[in-house]
Design a protein. Structure first.
Length: 117
């Protein structure tokens, strides 16, 4: 995946849902308020940029943005394209069912779908 100015961009390996994870590339971050005010603004801009890209290119009904960090303390943001006919709708996809890993060629295609204009 590519990096944005602040965040590393990763694809969640679960083909049931188009799902990006943004991870700020700063040390010792647990909460958003651990970022400087400038980085907080940069983070929000990157969340919006990725969300708009996913909504437009994947024709999602809804974009979910989730920040929990209960299991993985490093600050990270889940951005998930949702559809009214997906298996988890209308509930959260976090911890929903058993993840289905991508086949390699499908993962490559999904990465291209989510990162290329």
């Amino acid at each position: 995946m590519q990096n944005l100015p602040l965040c590393q961009v990763r694809l969640k390996d679960d083909c049931r849902f188009p799902w990006i994870v943004l991870i700020p590339r700063r040390s010792n971050l647990v909460e958003i308020f651990d970022l400087t005010p400038e980085d907080q603004s940069l983070l929000w801009g990157e969340i919006v940029q990725v969300s708009e890209h996913m909504k437009q290119h994947l024709h999602a009904h809804k974009i979910n943005i989730e920040i929990l960090g209960n299991r993985v303390r490093q600050l990270h943001i889940h951005i998930i394209a949702r559809y009214e006919n997906d298996d988890a709708w209308p509930n959260s996809v976090l911890n929903y069912g058993t993840p289905e890993p991508y086949l390699e060629h499908k993962m490559i295609q999904r990465i291209q779908d989510l990162t290329c204009d």
